[in-house]
Design a protein around this ligand. Structure first.
Ligand code: F6R
Length: 350
């Protein structure tokens, strides 16, 4: 089997995406450290806004989800070149762009600057780093050299540290340590050296080989994680995928399942978490029984760990591995995103 042949994985994964997924644990700790000396914004805050696109924007979705239970102010992610009208002096704006050169994010940054917001830039360099230094805005500089989506902990963890510093996030050093240790352990269980027969990440990639993945978070807790799975299938496996969240999907998606026999083969992956709640568990059971009957398969995967941070990252790591293994099965390099690059180049010329 291809997935148990490390030379075959290395032959297809020329950009080394699998080894970056294996490093998610250390990256969580490094990302937290990256903001250790950052000057936290002072003064009362009415809102937190994260500006970022794609692999740099999903960190904002995760931040909002992780802060939902503790934050006294709204946390919003903006994936666009403009900001909502409420952004002003009492808004903390994180401007996240791994490359530092994404057009929409730079435009949103300029809008935040003009609105007088408190700004923190998170980037590996580019125009964003340069512009932020010229304007005197704090910059968290993260290591360059990989794909933005592979750098997720570097983008998320500094924002968590800054929001913890201003009393918005409830996250401890112990949570960070737990997530880093857990991910290192899971990298052994799900990594390329663990054989298919004992490796659920490889098993799920095989199950998804000829079907479109439909990723459903069993509750809003893991909503951005479901979106992350979907975008990793897009960018790493080079396939289309769908995602949604319980309970919302029981008010729309389920109707779309009535006639799926007419369309492509679909495989549902349900992301489960200990805090899904009894009612959502019943909804998952009802939808699996009544609606997903036309699916090629339904697989439930469970988060592991204690803190919300560790649990979210456990499912992120699983999805990252699955998307890479599926890429290997399809013979495509998980790293390259030629279509994103081509569209950015074309826009630069116009
Ligand atoms: C590529 C990726 C993309 C980029 C997006 C924005 O791996 O994940 O979705 O994140 O094109 O680019 P950056 O992150 O450099 O602002």
């Amino acid at each position: 089997m291809v997935l148990d042949d490390s030379r075959e994985i290395a032959r297809v994964d020329t950009g080394g995406m699998v080894s970056l997924v294996q490093r998610l644990g250390p990256m969580v700790a490094e990302g937290w450290e990256a903001a250790a000396t950052l000057r936290a914004p002072s003064g009362p805050l009415a809102a937190v806004v994260v500006c970022g696109m794609g692999g740099s924007g999903i960190g904002g979705d995760l931040l909002g989800s992780l802060l939902a239970e503790s934050s006294p102010v709204p946390v919003l992610t903006v994936k666009a070149d403009r900001l909502p009208a409420f952004v002003g002096r009492d808004t903390l704006v994180f401007v996240c762009s791994y490359s530092g050169n994404t057009e929409e994010t730079l435009a949103a940054y300029d809008a935040a600057h003009h609105a007088g917001a408190s700004i923190v830039a998170v980037t590996s360099g580019g125009t964003l780093a340069q512009r932020a230094r010229e304007r005197g805005d704090p910059v968290v500089t993260i290591p360059p050299g990989c794909q933005p989506r592979a750098a997720l902990p570097y983008l998320l963890m500094p924002m968590l540290r800054v929001t913890a510093g201003v009393g918005i996030a409830r996250i401890s050093e112990a949570d960070v340590k737990e997530a880093a240790t857990l991910l290192t352990d899971l990298a052994g269980q799900w990594g390329p050296a663990a054989r298919l027969a004992d490796n659920p990440a490889k098993g799920l990639a095989v199950a998804l080989r000829d079907a479109m993945p439909v990723i459903y978070a069993a509750s809003p807790n893991m909503e951005p994680v479901a979106q992350r799975w979907k975008t990793q299938f897009n960018e790493s496996s080079k396939i289309l995928a769908l995602w949604n969240t319980f309970p919302e999907l029981t008010h729309n998606d389920v109707v779309g399942w009535e006639r799926v026999a007419d369309g492509p083969a679909l495989h549902v992956v349900v992301l489960r978490d200990q805090d899904d709640g009894a009612r959502n568990s019943l909804r998952v059971e009802a939808a699996s029984h009544l609606a997903f009957r036309g699916a090629r398969g339904v697989t439930e995967v469970q988060s592991v760990g204690t803190s919300r941070l560790a649990r979210a990252f456990s499912l992120i790591m699983l999805g990252d591995f699955v998307s890479c293994y599926l890429a290997v099965l399809r013979g495509v390099d998980p790293t390259t995103v030629a279509m994103i690059d081509r569209i950015k180049e074309r826009l630069q010329l116009s």
